[in-house]
Design a protein around this ligand. Structure first.
Ligand code: SDX
Length: 432
């Protein structure tokens, strides 16, 4: 395999080093390009640009492969749970019995959110965006835990284990608080004795004199859903977390920025957009046929939400797993959701339609996830906050890679300027 690439500009050859990853991914190292040639590389949206070397997640979009620290997502979905997968994503290895116990204890002991932070929520209208409230609350965490968020990598890395557990556990609690706040219900405090997902369901749905008793299938479905969202290479929100972390911003601040990026409908907000799409199809008495026709118009406003992916040009393996889980969970809960039938009709129709096939548009993680969340009782406007709970381990692992990289640099892309060339100031009296 070539170890160098050659760039020819005006009859001059410039050798550029080639990098090869452990899975054979190849890159041309352009770090010296500008100094050597005066040129920069241009790649709008960075779709063909590697921003880092990472050991966390491997994606093969052409073959629908997703592995965390080398372990296929299908095996994690079958054998693991969210907390264990979070440990794997963050620390690089599956935990042994002792490590799993200690990690679980750190999560349980750091589940409660400071009472004063309730005032931050109360500063929002109850119909505010749950993602806005979540990012604000996470951005406030450094104020309550300054010893964990000094914005000095060496100090923050010394307290990483506690900060990481706190971030995962409190984001879960904050999401439940947001749900209660929106409903005008009293906050429910976490119970240390409950496992991660059961504690979440308890804080969401328990009443003052009636604890919520989770059905095992619901806890299992929630575990699977969060596990499948744990990390996903350099997606928009994870790259944002790395970008902010590269300025030596602490973990919580960097994650808050990632949560903001996740909120967009082209990214984490798609799970809400999918359900809105399915509901509108159902309300119009359509079986999806009319919608498919509109989705082929190419306009961003008519897209088949939950379809297509910037990396997967084959099935998103997570979509397959969630799609299968939908059938199991809804059957066990005795739920007959017409939106699931519409989703399956859409999938079948799109997979036979040349518009989608020729553009390699397949269902992604968001296509079926809303069906399960609805079955679990999560309201639609909270779906993206659930994505944030699931993605927290990925943000944390990526922030740690940035913080612990001795050769790390602040992320500072360049640009090609296409604005006005040099011109003089004109006093207002002389302007047209
Ligand atoms: C997530 O990056 C990650 O890993 C993200 C994620 C994660 O885990 O972090 O996987 C989570 O964000 C999943 C994606 C959720 N978003 C949606 O489901 C929104 C609907 N999908 C898209 O808008 C779109 O597919 C993107 C944004 C996901 C990907 O966009 P790309 O790769 O930039 O594709 P594109 O916009 O360049 O489109 C290529 C062509 C265009 O047609 P032509 O101009 O070639 O004629 O495909 C068309 C697009 O119009 N197209 C669609 C479509 N998605 C792309 N047409 C109809 N419906 C769609 N959903």
């Amino acid at each position: 395999m070539a170890t160098t690439a050659s760039l020819k500009i005006d009859d001059k050859d410039y050798p550029l080093p080639v990098m090869v990853g452990t899975e054979g991914e190849k890159a041309i190292d352009t770090r010296a390009l500008r100094a050597a040639t005066g040129y920069i590389a241009y790649d709008q949206g960075y779709g063909n640009t590697g921003s880092c070397e990472s050991q966390i997640t491997y994606l093969d979009g052409d073959n629908g492969i997703l592995r965390h620290r080398g372990i296929p997502i299908e095996q994690l979905a079958h054998y693991s749970d969210f907390v264990e997968t979070a440990y794997l994503v963050i620390y690089g290895e599956l935990p042994n019995q002792t490590q799993r116990k200690e990690f679980g204890l750190r999560l349980r002991k750091n589940a409660a959110v400071e009472m004063q932070m309730q005032k931050i929520l109360e500063g929002f209208p109850t119909n505010a965006s749950p993602m806005a409230m979540l990012s604000a609350m996470v951005a406030a965490l450094p104020a309550y835990h300054p010893e964990l968020a000094t914005n000095d990598f060496q100090k923050d890395l010394k307290n990483f284990d506690l900060a990481a557990a706190m971030a995962i556990s409190k984001i879960r609690t904050i999401v439940a608080m947001i749900y209660r706040y929106q409903k005008g219900l009293p906050f429910v405090f976490p119970k240390q004795e409950l496992p991660f997902c059961d504690n979440f369901l308890h804080m969401m749905f328990s009443e003052p004199y009636q604890d919520y008793q989770p059905v095992p299938e619901v806890s299992k479905a929630l575990n699977l859903l969060l596990l499948l969202h744990a990390d996903h290479e350099q997606n928009c929100s994870t790259s944002t977390t790395r970008m902010v972390g590269s300025s030596a911003a602490n973990l919580f601040t960097s994650m808050s920025a990632g949560i903001c990026a996740l909120s967009g409908p082209l990214h984490g907000g798609a799970n809400v957009a999918v359900m809105q799409m399915l509901q509108s199809i159902h309300d119009e008495g359509d079986d999806g046929t009319r919608f498919i026709a509109a989705a082929k118009s190419g306009s961003k406003s008519n897209r088949l939400m939950g379809f297509g992916h910037a990396v997967y040009k084959n099935f998103d393996p997570r979509a397959r797993i969630i799609g299968d889980a939908c059938d199991t969970v809804l059957a066990k809960l005795g739920i007959d959701d017409p939106l699931l039938r519409i989703a399956k009709n859409l999938e079948q129709a799109a997979l036979k339609d040349d518009y989608f096939v020729s553009r390699k548009l397949y269902p992604n993680v968001d296509f079926y996830s809303g069906i399960i969340m609805r079955a679990v009782g999560i309201p639609m406007n909270m779906f993206t906050t659930m994505f944030a709970i699931g993605r927290a381990p990925g943000y944390i692992a990526n922030w740690k890679e940035v913080a612990s990289n001795p050769k790390g640099r602040i992320y500072r892309p360049r640009q090609i300027y296409v604005g006005a060339t040099k011109r003089d100031y004109v006093p207002i009296a002389l302007r047209g």
